[in-house]
Ligand binder design. Sequence first.
Ligand code: PBG
Length: 326
Amino acid sequence: MFERPRRNRQNPSIRALVRENGVLVSDLVWPLFVIEGQNVSEEVPSLPGVCRLSIDNLVKECEEAHVLGIQAVLLFPCLSEELKNKKATESANDKGLLQRAIAAIKEKIPTLTVMSDVAMDPYSTDGHDGLVSHGEILNDETLPILAAMAVSQARAGVDIVAPSDMMDGRVAYLRQELDDAGFERVGILSYTAKYASSFYGPFRDVLDSAPKAGDKKTYQMDTANIREALRETRLDIEEGADIVMVKPGLPYLDVLKTVSEMVDIPVAVYNVSGEYAMLKLMAEKGLGNYDDLMMEVLLSFKRAGADMIFTYHAKDAARLLRGSCV
Ligand code: PBG
């Protein structure tokens, strides 16, 4: 036999030499949930191993993660119902929970990149990412609310804002408002191809942010489409996005691959809550080894062209990767 592909697989050192892709700890971004209080680490039943953290514990977790080599975190606030309203006004409160969390992390760990979500749902009584009127999600009326939120986060010291709302024109709007407020250095990571996915369920449990009525299909993308993702990508880049994102990850690897081949800016993928829960539940039921499942999934994103991976596995993966070259 002339061709024997198995020759390149015969032992670990040859396999390591011919390995085409790898996950670096610095590729991982850790999404974290902050809640009011002191010394609170409240495990979320639908996301085993993920906690809602008070600011003091959040800072500790960030320090540990940074020591392990993680370079960035993404923050979401868990607000009590009294602070929510239709216009999400709490989102622009400079003394709000998220703003205090950003400032606390940047003060203690200035070298850790802090990203923050920009969308109305954690602050809205309607549980939608935009302003709701008579059952409709208003686009242009939502933009100033998102901009006020982003500028407030920038004032708190955030490095990158991450609009996850899928309103049209929001990247250009945020860029302009951030620049006008003197925050040219604050980057925009746009959730560019964000699909109306069923894999967000556990996340909505964490924030208690599921839509009160209707679904998100008039703004998040139809799960059947890929050409539409290219259009969203073109628009976000024209509007000034610094990084584009595909979300969720596993069911959209084709989209990730296509987007990563088309752009000349960094591409992120969000390995969302339902994808994380799947592996945890498999491992819990004895259907697979958690570490192996996790690394196989993370590698799939690198193969598909991701530069960075937003994942609840970040700290587990960082521990595993330390000292190895998986
Ligand atoms: C909302 C937002 C969602 C996620 C990130 N930002 C949920 C949604 O769109 O309903 C999902 C993340 C996850 O499932 O891990 N702006």
